[in-house]
Ligand binder design. Structure first.
Ligand SMILES: C[S@@+](CC[C@H](N)C(=O)[O-])C[C@H]1O[C@@H](n2cnc3c(N)ncnc32)[C@H](O)[C@@H]1O
Length: 251
């Protein structure tokens, strides 16, 4: 490859995908959400141990916004939050890196007759929000797909999409157990997931721990603060799950 061809090639790549140094969030790691069959399996399976409507209503209550609000669901998956939140708000932007997950969410929204959910292919690092700033962002079980530095970049980008004083609800697998005991805690996590989510729980939780990027509670709190959020409340459960309600600083 001569130098001119290389320069031309890397410029073309950059124009298509953004800077070549940016973490490639489109490449699945850990659980693979890119297949249409797996998107259907995910949705069917998750509805066996989750109540999307109940989860959403709890978040809507905590966000405390009125019906004129616009919210954004980052990593919407098959629409667990976006679809059930739509009746409460003016507009919902639903964003995901997986076209398969988005496809299923879009079909469900159409079937439910929803006209106020806008679907976007993109992610924490690549989604460009070209509409007005939003009142709140919700992101559930998604941020652990990024390594810590890129989590910070992603959170900063979310802060930039929010109005001053806008809210962030973040739920994810975050480690708040005693790190010296991490091996027995991981075993407990795998056992708990197997009981809570059934036969796939063991393989899914092992994949999560091995190939995905869940981080520690104190790191997550630092990332949120540095990204421009004030943490209003934290809810750590079982040493593995965490929910954060935050407000964009500088209101
Ligand atoms: C465990 S699912 C959660 C989906 C949904 N939030 C829910 O509560 O069911 C994780 C989702 O995050 C998406 N995802 C992975 N990396 C992402 C990124 N960097 N930005 C946005 N979405 C991402 C996946 O495609 C998948 O749909």
């Amino acid at each position: 490859m001569d130098i001119e061809f290389y320069r031309h090639y890397s410029n073309a790549l950059e124009a298509a995908q953004g800077p070549a140094w940016r973490y490639n969030e489109m490449k699945p790691r850990g659980f693979n959400y890119s297949s249409f069959i797996l998107a259907r399996v995910y949705d069917t399976y998750h509805q066996m141990f989750r109540d999307y409507r109940w989860e959403t209503e709890a978040i809507v209550t905590r966000l405390g916004l009125d019906a004129s609000a616009t919210v954004l669901d980052m990593g919407c998956g098959t629409g667990a939050f976006a679809i059930h939140a739509a009746p409460f708000y003016d507009t919902v932007h639903a964003v995901d890196v997986s076209k398969a997950m988005l496809g299923r969410a879009r079909r469900k929204a159409r079937k439910a007759g929803l006209t106020n959910v806008q679907f976007h292919h993109g992610g924490f690092l690549t989604y460009e929000h070209n509409a007005g700033p939003v009142d709140a962002v919700c992101t559930s079980v998604v941020l652990h797909h990024l390594p810590d530095f890129w989590k910070l970049v992603g959170l900063q980008r979310l802060a930039a999409m929010l109005k001053p004083g806008g809210r962030l609800y973040l739920f994810d697998v975050v480690f708040s157990f005693d790190i010296a005991q991490y091996e027995s805690c991981f075993e407990r996590f795998i056992r708990t997931m197997s009981v809570q989510i059934g036969p796939n729980g063991q393989a899914e939780s092992q994949t999560h721990l091995r190939d995905e990027y869940s981080t520690c509670d104190w790191i997550m709190e630092g990332l949120l603060e540095r990204a421009g959020f004030a943490i209003d409340s934290t809810d750590y459960r079982d040493g593995f799950l965490a929910a954060y309600l935050c407000t964009k600083k500088g209101a």
